[in-house]
Ligand binder design. Structure first.
Ligand SMILES: C[S@@+](CC[C@H](N)C(=O)[O-])C[C@H]1O[C@@H](n2cnc3c(N)ncnc32)[C@H](O)[C@@H]1O
Length: 273
């Protein structure tokens, strides 16, 4: 039995997973989406392909979170220390906050998770975890109590939502106010429309688009237009200058290139000296 799966950056992970968990002899990759459909299995069931695709999606998400936590740990060096105070703003409910919880358990850290009640309810409870049901910065008691007491703040894949429905610079400033001396904050996985345009204007970006979309068409890039609600270079650079003007060190960092959106997203690391 042979399954055909489209070629992608997670292929070896998918192949290993399928070979381990399914009764198949081999998994073959192609470059065309049209090969996604595969033949029946030994029981004559033709819906196995759907199963394999679902496995791909679930496992892809898990693998993505594993790559993200690796990347996050390499940037937030305070995470390797013990007995620290960690805040995750916009924790969500994916594998990533679950991995952060397990990491904090091992390191004996205090962990504060901030998000909506619906999200927080989907995460485990424990004595070292405090769940704050709030749209940051609308948790003023916490902000007052933890002023300059936090060693690590993770704000991962969240700034794009803050841009739309929270006071943007109040969010940034209040988050910075929590940092202890030596404290680090990562505004991670920030989609930057200027970076996206630069990428899709480049030869590599054009090739990527054609291969990914299975088309000969060029990517559509529009300049000189108002980008409502989107983060661009001006916003990213303004966060850096604002933090530096307020006495912090601030850096723009690339994401590891095994992260699926690394060609259009980036991270901002800010440290209180
Ligand atoms: C794309 S998810 C990211 C979740 C998680 N950080 C991850 O990377 O897997 C964005 C999360 O941010 C939360 N969020 C957006 N704005 C927020 C705010 N101002 N305060 C707290 N959470 C916020 C949303 O509820 C959502 O759970």
């Amino acid at each position: 039995m042979k399954y055909l799966i489209t070629e992608n950056r997670m292929e070896s992970m998918i192949k290993d997973y399928i070979l381990k968990n399914y009764d198949v002899l081999d998994v073959e990759y192609t470059t065309s989406m049209s090969y996604l459909a595969s033949g029946p299995n030994e029981k004559g069931e033709t819906n196995v392909t759907v199963k394999v695709i679902n496995v791909y999606i679930e496992n892809f998400k898990h693998q993505k979170s594993r790559s993200e936590i690796k990347d996050i740990k390499s940037k937030l060096t305070n995470l390797s220390k013990r007995n620290k105070v960690i805040v995750d703003i916009g924790a969500g409910c994916s594998d990533l906050p679950k991995m952060i919880i397990e990491h904090c358990r091992k390191k004996n850290n205090e962990l504060i998770l901030i998000d909506s009640k619906e999200m927080l309810n989907l995460l485990p409870d424990d004595s070292f975890i405090q769940k704050i049901d709030a749209q940051f910065p609308k948790c003023y008691d916490l902000i007052y109590k933890y002023n300059q007491k936090v060693d690590v703040i993770i704000v991962y894949s969240v700034l794009q939502y803050v841009m739309i429905d929270s006071p943007f610079y109040e969010f940034i400033d209040k988050a910075l106010s929590l940092l202890n001396n030596g404290g680090q904050i990562l505004f991670g996985d920030v989609p930057n429309i200027s970076k996206r345009k630069r990428f899709f204007s480049s030869s590599n970006g054009k090739l990527f688009h054609k291969k990914f979309m299975n088309t000969d068409d060029e990517p559509l890039i529009e300049y000189n237009k108002i980008e409502f609600d989107l983060i661009d270079d001006s916003i990213v650079l303004s966060i850096i200058s604002r933090a530096r003007a307020q006495g912090f060190e601030a850096y723009i960092l690339p994401q590891r290139n095994n992260l699926p959106m690394s060609n259009r997203r980036e991270d901002i690391l800010i440290i209180r000296q």
